[in-house]
Design a protein around this ligand. Structure first.
Ligand SMILES: N[C@@H](CCC(=O)N[C@@H](CS)C(=O)NCC(=O)O)C(=O)O
Length: 225
């Protein structure tokens, strides 16, 4: 890759949002420099590149930032469109994929819900998946990529939230195992135990980050519902 085409990813390994960008880069076979961030002491580069939200992931391409995980995934798909298309080319199917990725953002990664509500959202996703191997059909795509990072939190859901995904949503678990057969996914996701230990560690330290605090509240809601 030419120097002016250099890619830098400001990220944090356990982040489900950073995992989305890692998967997209891997799907396209792109090399990049990973710069792990300390989210308690954010680097001047992160504050400069994402002054609005001050959050990771940020992809820096040719010195310019792209912020927001799914915005970044779409950017990657548009710029490197020679292989592994993530969004369909048909406008109607594209809109459909964006609708479901937005649903995933709001309902799965959004603010807390009771266990019943979260299971209902996963059930709706199971219905949308139907008998297809992937959300987009025969190949791994945009919606799969938006949702699969939640697999890292299944052990935490079970242990701290008393939500056993294999019992409640077996189709989602089967789909997740299918996605994990892809190296782009398995190498990009945070290990479930590591994710759990990180959450425990942060909660013991008294989380000051809104994103982790939201996740901890979500676990409380799961546990108490
Ligand atoms: N909607 C954003 C969410 C990004 C996000 O929540 N990032 C978290 C890490 S998982 C973060 O940087 N938290 C630090 C903070 O909020 O101060 C996306 O899709 O990229």
């Amino acid at each position: 890759m030419a120097e002016d085409d250099q890619l830098i990813l400001l990220e944090w390994y356990p982040s489900v949002f950073a995992a989305r960008v890692r998967i997209a880069l891997a799907e396209k076979g792109l090399k990049y420099e990973s710069r792990p961030e300390d989210l308690i002491n954010k680097s001047p580069l992160l504050l400069k590149m994402n002054p609005v939200h001050k959050q990771i992931p940020v992809l820096i391409h040719k010195g310019r930032p792209i912020c927001g995980s799914m915005v970044t995934v779409q950017y990657i798909d548009e710029v490197w469109n020679h292989k592994s298309p993530l969004l369909p080319s048909d406008p109607l199917q594209r809109a459909h994929a964006k609708f479901w990725a937005d649903y995933v953002d709001k309902k799965i990664f959004g603010i807390g819900s009771s266990k019943k509500e979260l299971i209902e959202c996963f059930k709706i996703l199971e219905e949308e998946l139907g008998d297809k191997p992937y959300f987009g059909g025969e190949s791994f795509g945009y919606v799969d990529l938006s949702l699969i990072p939640c697999y890292s939190s299944f052990y935490t859901y079970e242990t701290l939230g008393k939500l056993i995904m294999a019992e409640e949503c077996p189709k989602i678990v089967d789909w997740a195992h299918r996605c994990l057969q892809k190296e782009s996914v398995s190498k990009s996701l945070c290990d479930q135990r590591k994710f759990y230990e990180t959450i425990l560690e942060i909660s013991r330290g008294g989380s000051t980050w809104s994103s982790v605090q939201k996740f901890l509240n979500k676990l409380d809601q799961l546990h108490n519902s």
